[in-house]
Design a protein around this ligand. Sequence first.
Ligand SMILES: Cc1ncc(COP(=O)(O)O)c(C=O)c1O
Length: 389
Amino acid sequence: MALTDPSKRLEAMPPYMFAELERRIADKRAAGIDVISLGIGDPDMATYPHVVEAMQAAVADSANQNYPSNRGREEFHRGFSDFYRSRFGVEIDPDSEVIPAIGAKECIYNLCFAFLDPGDVALASDPGYPVYTGGPILAGAEAVLLPLLPKRDFAPDLGRVDQLTRERARLLFLNYPNNPSGAIVPDGFFEEVVEFARENEILVVHDNAYSETTYDGYVAPSFLATPGAKEVGVEVFSLSKGYNMTGWRVGAILGNADAIETYWRLKTNVDSGLFEAIQLAAVAALNGSQAPVREMNAIYSRRRDLVVDTLRAIGVDVDSPRGTIYVWAPVPEGHTSTSFAEMVLEEAAVVVSPGSMYGRSGEGFFRISLTTPDSRLTEALERMREHLT
Ligand SMILES: Cc1ncc(COP(=O)(O)O)c(C=O)c1O
């Protein structure tokens, strides 16, 4: 084995399929072509001013500058507990049912190490956020994909999980409103999940990264509002998208107290907690005015309409999403996800994400993110209308 060879677990990660697409984007930019990316889901607008001000005060206070505890500050526990009560109607015990996460990504990854051993299975939404599959593989376990298809409103068919897989499964990753499909949770599905988890003794991890980003009057629920959910699951909440805080790395895990204790045990061996000033800024975001969240959603819903109208005009049969910052659309006849993304890049100098990036069941789709400033988004859509009709 060579000095710099990666571990077998890292080698086992699926190969990166989109090197060719990225090379083409880089070549175009190097040739001076103005490529507009609608690929990445990173809000283009600033963190809300009252949150930045809370951070500025907290960062200047030397009491916040030491190692944080992985359990988090009391203000953080209470702030989340108050937010979950007022926003979702969910009671969270501030002492045992919530601790900080350094973003949802960290939390999901570390949950794999806290709960999975070699031979175990994590059931993962497909298409889905890549850590649902990469986390289990890096933990030496296996990810079994649960297809999310339009004909089932993007809810997995839990009845199709075979007995042996049920016996090996320890975690079930779900996410609504869903990245990348933009789907909201179908009525009754969370209840079905609680039943399934109880029957098969599987810990549910609901990734709630997009609950605050919804449109057309839709209000997304917490999984924890489902009767019995706390007995079988946890929810990972992130401030990244709803509060324009992707760079801050802040979220929380809430719900089942024993599962949270296990996650905490793992984390005490891995990291040294979330900067306390950021914890206080998160409290300011959650307990302060939610008007900026509504304003952001008005901007995204206007952009969503522009994207959906343009796609329909060029013959793409797309549903208008009621949540998330993504439009998920089928590629035109005769294309794969990648060939369509390559064609859009060649013809219009616009980057869309091939759906297959998010898993096998994403093949045949592409994703457009709504986080590009209005003028650039309009320009990208005009180019698509001009070159793809
Ligand atoms: C479904 C989902 N979960 C988690 C994340 C990452 O969240 P965080 O920034 O809190 O790590 C993303 C980011 O795109 C996401 O789409």
